[in-house]
Design a protein around this ligand. Structure first.
Ligand code: LLP
Length: 436
């Protein structure tokens, strides 16, 4: 579906609602999620997974964007969920997510988080280290609940993406390297420690990946290891989880891969490489960005404009790195549009944020129509890793999140107030007076 539309007077609408109206009703900055795009994304993943034999399963990566309402929506869509912390697990459960469809990830899980996951009955723990194997085994015994686990392996695949979001290379901080026998030690421990039920293997190679091949190589690499495991330990897994990382289109230069083709190729490889007499493992995937990024936009209001010596034009808006850290952190690029202005009549603008950092630039040198204070600027593709990574830097409250559909808006997250922000602050007490 078209996430947004523009009318003959250049007014932009999303989900059938003019952004001007959304801005006036909910304030700015405002995160807006388009229901139809979300649903369409989920359905196309589900379709591609259904076409596999056996059918695959999707576990949406909650780190991209998770709120109680999102969890409720995922539950309604029969999606699985990947969480990486007690906080994400809590949010998911509060939102009505069925724990059996939750995968608990993360390279550090505290004892408390492991206990929480076990007691609530999460579907799988993805285990990242030997220490975690021991801890899960110990706590599972304490609470007398066997823990279904996947081992996170690092297959040595370098996908072409930003170094900060690469994870598949051998020297990664994540998982057991498939090198020097490290993964074999892990497998041995996983098969021998009590209260662990090894269901299979996991490997995630990175994020915002455009090529198909790394995904297929990843599955092949895992299958090769599984042959060794079968030979040596007579172990054959039920599950092969190839992670997330499917790229999305942030701008005209981005060429996202076709997930249905990737999954068909992965399925072929799995069929081909499964030994006679054994079941083809179920493929799990963990898409985050590919589900939410393009469903989201952020609406800002312009506070000031200026042309600096040399001719560069700035438009400064009422949000920035507090609600979207990605340009500052990864040089991520976004596209933007000004509401109600003829886009043909353009000059180069830099959209700056309101935060006290020179690096707080949302979009660099983008051709836009003449901008004036009070105008609304829409930044596209902000559904993933924006709200999720938002901060209160400069003590700016975090924006609201609304879902739009068919001319209606429903609030998913209220705008933070100053009181919300300062809620856990305690007043000054003079330490010299020994009051504490
Ligand atoms: N599974 C695992 C084990 C992951 O580590 C990740 C992302 C995903 C799934 C989901 O990846 P996705 O499908 O969303 O690409 N903050 C960065 C992205 C960090 C991704 C970390 N892991 C950004 O804003 O680009």
């Amino acid at each position: 579906p078209d996430t947004y539309t523009i009318d003959d007077r250049y007014h932009i609408s999303i989900g059938g609602l003019p952004i001007r109206q959304l801005a006036q009703e909910f304030g700015t900055p405002l995160y807006v999620l388009d229901y139809e795009t979300l649903r369409h994304r989920i359905r196309s993943f589900q379709q591609a997974l259904q076409d596999m034999n056996p059918p695959g399963q999707a576990f949406y990566a909650g780190k991209a964007f998770l709120t109680k309402a999102m969890a409720g929506f995922l539950e309604q869509q029969h999606m699985g969920l990947d969480v990486v912390s007690g906080g994400e697990l809590y949010t998911a459960l509060e939102g009505g997510m069925n724990p059996s469809r939750i995968i608990f990830h993360g390279n550090v899980k505290t004892d408390e988080e492991i206990r929480f996951g076990l007691l609530r009955g999460v579907g799988y723990f993805v285990v990242d280290s030997l220490a975690e194997l021991e801890a899960i085994s110990r706590i599972a015994k304490e609470v007398d609940k066997p823990a279904p686990i996947l081992l996170r392996l690092t297959p040595g695949i370098e996908a072409h993406t930003h170094a900060f979001i690469q994870t598949g290379q051998f020297d990664s901080k994540f998982g057991f390297a498939m090198q020097d026998g490290i993964h074999e030690v892990a497998l041995q421990r996983a098969l021998t420690l009590p209260y662990l039920e090894l269901k299979g293997f996991h490997a995630h190679i990175g994020s915002q990946i455009f090529d198909e091949d790394p995904f297929v190589h990843n599955a092949q690499r895992l299958m090769e290891f599984m042959h060794d495991a079968l030979e040596r330990y007579h172990y054959w897994p039920e599950v092969v989880d190839i992670g997330g990382g499917f790229g999305v289109q942030y701008g005209p230069d981005d060429d996202p891969p076709q997930v249905s083709r990737i999954l068909a190729r992965v399925n072929d490889a799995m069929q081909r490489m499964t030994p006679h007499g054994y079941a083809v493992p179920t493929v799990f995937i963990e898409p985050g960005r590919a589900i939410v990024a393009e469903a989201g936009v952020t609406i800002y209001q312009v506070g000031a404009t200026k042309t600096v010596p040399g001719g560069k034009r700035y438009a400064a808006v009422d949000g920035g790195m507090g609600d979207n850290i990605r340009p500052a952190l990864y040089q991520a690029s976004y596209t933007a549009q000004v509401d109600g202005k003829n886009p043909e009549d353009r000059a180069l603008y830099t959209i700056a944020g309101r935060y006290c950092e020179s690096g707080d630039i949302l979009v660099k040198d983008i051709p836009l129509p003449p901008i004036e204070p009070g105008d609304y600027v829409v930044v596209f593709g902000t559904g993933a890793y924006n709200f999720a990574m938002a901060s209160n830097y400069n003590r700016v409250p975090r924006p609201a999140v609304v879902l739009v559909y068919n001319g209606q808006a429903s609030l998913w997250v209220k705008r933070e107030s100053y009181e919300d922000m300062a809620h856990n602050d305690l007043p000054w007490q003079d330490p010299e007076e020994g009051l504490w």
